[in-house]
Design a protein around this ligand. Structure first.
Ligand code: GLC
Length: 485
């Protein structure tokens, strides 16, 4: 969906330069998107029966770090029949360490403004109380606690938006998919299950702020009916574009409120429509025992800033353990980002994409009203230089500096080259934000040129996988085998 008319108009008046100013006239009432646009940063939680297996099956490793599909795809990767998968994993799903209050406070302290959890992933197992199938946490597992209820209530209590991921199209357990893929239900009955599940999720858990559908099909009637149901029962819920397959043209994605970019993607240019990117903290979404490819604090802070500069929200994933806990590697990183956000949040929350259509060697920009925020990811002691913004700034200072001590600024009208003089060492090596304030709304020079440096060279390290197509070929290391349940 387009960003709001107000924002578009402000931008229009402010800069007269941002190219893709589409559809001012056809903007509709999208006030339910306001919190989401302001939020910018949320927590994704992948948790389910697959977490018990941790990417492993019968002594083999199927995780993404081994070139396989992600750990939550285990049922599919290891070709496990539905019954065997259920009978093996559901009785072991007893995460007694689960404490909704803890998870929600970790998200809040981490600076995240919304939480989206897998209420049903592709393996079909429901983490909530449902009458549509007995393949759910209450009936099929010893845990017998409605996880969605506990989390939704805790989110309401702690004042953070709550939403669910729901795999509406892929369901390897329930949905029959032709020869060789028997499910417990025919397609027709499966669609009834989805309808019932949606009614439950949208009626029994208070305010549902996000409906994060995934890997939608091409059937518009099916998808539109599901979207319409969401609108009817929770008119303020924000709906993810994965309700539809990517092949469905955008103009036909009637109920999509935002575009969910392909997993882990930092787009090549600024996104002027509402968009979100989701990112793992290591390779796998679901818990994986042997995945040690943790992104650093800097990687995450950097990615968050670059998402801001591209105008996309970031939904950062955690994959809790079978015991119901977040890993220390996750909580440490989230806390560090949260600390950074406490000081630098103004450069992320409620900001718009960079005023210019490129990055700089040192990093990238976000903007709000009369201020441009320079996210300096690589320090340049000789000065932070940029072009493309018309006029000399009124003031520049480190956002982390409560005193707002002015930094010396040089400005050359020829090319609008502005240089902020800085000390020799970076105050924050992960990302030092410099606020650059102008006297009037930020105005970009339409002829200014530059490159997307941070897209071409940096994004790759977030998706690199050590091997490829090796899933299931690796025996588990002895130590890991010993630690298994
Ligand atoms: C993909 C995968 C899925 C994961 C999701 C996260 O669509 O199928 O396992 O949940 O991406 O965005």
């Amino acid at each position: 969906m387009m960003k709001p008319v107000t924002a578009v108009l402000c931008t229009l008046l402010a800069s007269l330069t941002l190219t893709p100013l589409k559809g001012v006239a056809d903007a509709i009432d999208d006030s339910h998107m306001e919190w989401w646009r302001e939020a910018r940063y949320g927590m994704f939680i992948h948790w389910g029966l697959y977490s018990v297996a941790g990417g492993e099956w019968k002594g083999k490793d199927y995780g993404k770090e081994q070139g396989g599909a992600s750990a939550e795809w285990l049922m599919n990767s290891a070709k496990i029949p539905g019954r065997e998968y259920r009978e093996t994993l559901a009785p072991q799903f007893n995460p007694t360490g689960f404490d909704a209050a803890k998870w929600v406070s970790v998200a809040k302290a981490g600076g995240m403004k919304y939480i989206v959890i897998t209420s049903k992933h592709h393996d079909g197992f429901c983490l909530f109380d449902t009458d549509a199938t007995d393949y759910n946490v209450m009936d099929a597992s010893p845990f017998k606690r409605d996880i969605i209820k506990e989390l939704s209530e805790e989110c309401a209590k702690q004042g953070i938006k709550f939403g669910v991921y729901y795999s509406q199209f892929k369901d390897w357990y329930h949905r029959s998919r032709g020869r060789g893929n028997p499910g417990t239900l025919s397609t027709e009955d499966y669609l009834k299950l989805v309808e019932k599940n949606l009614d439950e999720l949208l009626s029994n858990y208070g305010e549902m702020s996000v409906l994060w559908f995934d890997t939608g099909g091409n059937d518009l009637i099916e998808a539109d009916a599901q979207g319409a149901r969401v609108r009817e029962l929770q008119p303020n819920a924000v709906i993810c574009s994965r309700l539809y397959s990517r092949r469905v043209p955008k103009e036909n994605q009637k109920y999509a409120d935002f575009e969910s970019l392909p997993d882990r993607m930092l787009p090549a240019k600024r996104m002027t429509d509402d968009s979100e990117t989701c990112m793992t903290m290591r390779h796998n979404w679901g818990y994986d025992r042997t995945d040690d490819a943790w992104k650093s604090e800097k990687d995450i802070i950097e990615f968050l800033a670059l998402c801001g500069a591209r105008g996309v929200n970031l939904l950062l994933n955690v994959g809790p353990t079978p015991e119901g806990t977040l890993l220390p590697e996750e909580t440490e990183r989230l806390a560090a980002v949260g600390k950074w956000m406490e000081v630098n949040g103004d450069s992320i929350y409620g900001t718009n994409y960079s005023p210019v259509d490129y990055d700089f060697w040192w990093g990238a920009m976000t903007q709000k009203d009369k201020t441009v925020y320079l996210h300096v990811l690589e320090w340049k002691a000789e000065g932070i230089e940029f072009n493309g913004i018309v006029g000399k700034p009124a003031k520049a200072y480190f956002l982390a500096d409560a005193e707002k001590t002015p930094l010396p600024v040089k400005y050359d009208a020829n090319g609008h080259i502005t240089t902020i003089e800085v000390p020799k060492n970076a105050p924050d090596e992960r990302n030092t934000v410099i606020a650059v304030e102008y006297d009037s709304a930020v105005q970009a020079d339409p002829d200014a040129k530059g490159k997307y440096h941070w897209y071409t060279t940096r994004s790759k390290r977030h998706t690199q996988i050590r091997n490829s197509k090796n899933a299931g070929k690796h025996a588990l290391p002895q130590a890991v085998k010993g630690a298994r349940h």
